[in-house]
Design a protein around this ligand. Structure first.
Ligand SMILES: Nc1ncnc2c1ncn2[C@@H]1O[C@H](COP(=O)(O)OP(=O)(O)OP(=O)(O)O)[C@@H](O)[C@H]1O
Ligand SMILES: [Mg+2]
Length: 259
């Protein structure tokens, strides 16, 4: 692999469900050590896109490549085996379970020589979190006692610890307030620093602008625009997201309803 090879690359991809065209002709790539943002309104096709990248759906057309190699995933397990981890908004964590057990959930601690002791598992959790800048006081505390932002952070640290090369984050900040969003964005950058190709799905142009290296705008299943950091202003992203004339006509419609 050369430095120029994207970790993940989608070329001319489309997805149909019966008569519904969810995505058409999508070409995008995510590089190691960078944050690739996918922005789009409701129904734009963001979730469908994630499902293609994470092995839930197969594209109806086009090609997916990992480190330059064409792949065809039959399941999320196949994607995970290629280092593609996905953190969903509703997080697959068990609230009453301790942080350390959640950390190892799905990655049972079978070390080379057999099983990791509970003590080792707790230490590993604490260290992995600390490596990402999360200072957890007690790995025994139930994960449900952490804030939404901290839980997202633990999920990000877990994916990085277990070797994710590509980390797909599905709207990780959409349910969070300003401070909690800030926490998550900090760990997005920590994953980037570790060389991970982060794919950050959001409908918040402010959050995208803070961390993104590249920005793809999705609308009604199509790629509407593609921007690079340094060549785009926050205002451009906000305007692109607002959908320009579409929003203006909606505002007129709403104000006429009040009259
Ligand atoms: N399994 C499916 N069967 C039929 N249509 C589908 C299916 N999955 C998605 N679609 C359609 O594809 C389009 C894109 O949906 P998708 O869920 O990808 O959008 P989204 O950008 O994630 O929206 P949101 O922000 O609301 O989550 C929608 O019109 C949706 O109805
Ligand atoms: Mg969605």
């Amino acid at each position: 692999m050369t430095a120029a090879t994207p970790a993940l690359e989608l070329t001319g991809a489309g997805k149909t469900f019966g008569n519904v065209i969810a995505l058409r002709d999508i070409t995008l790539s995510a590089d190691p050590g960078s944050v690739t943002c996918v922005l789009g309104d409701n129904g734009a096709g963001k979730s469908t896109l994630i499902k293609i990248l994470s092995g839930v759906h197969r594209p109806s057309s086009g090609e997916l490549r990992v480190n330059g190699e064409p792949v065809s995933f039959s399941s999320p397990r196949d994607a995970l085996a290629r280092g593609i981890a996905t953190v969903y908004q509703d997080l697959a964590t068990v609230p009453l379970m301790s942080v350390w057990r959640n950390f190892f959930l799905g990655n049972e601690p079978a070390s080379r020589g057999g099983f990791l002791s509970v003590k080792q598992a707790k230490e590993t959790t604490k260290k992995a979190l600390l490596d990402m800048g999360i200072d957890l006081r007690d790995p025994n505390q139930p994960i449900g006692t952490l804030s939404g932002g901290e839980r997202q952070a633990v999920a990000i640290a877990r994916a990085v610890h277990f070797g994710a090369k590509v980390l797909i984050l599905d709207e990780p900040t959409s349910a969070l307030g300003v401070r909690q969003s800030g926490i998550v964005l900090k760990y997005v950058l920590a994953a980037r620093e570790r060389g991970v190709a982060v794919v950050f799905i959001t409908h918040n142009p402010h959050h995208a602008f803070m961390v993104g290296d590249r920005f793809y705008l999705l609308g009604r299943g199509r790629l509407l625009a593609d921007f690079e950091r340094g060549k785009v202003a926050l205002d451009d992203l906000i305007r692109a997201m607002a959908g320009g004339s579409e929003l203006t006509s909606l505002a007129h419609e709403i104000s006429s309803l009040r009259d």
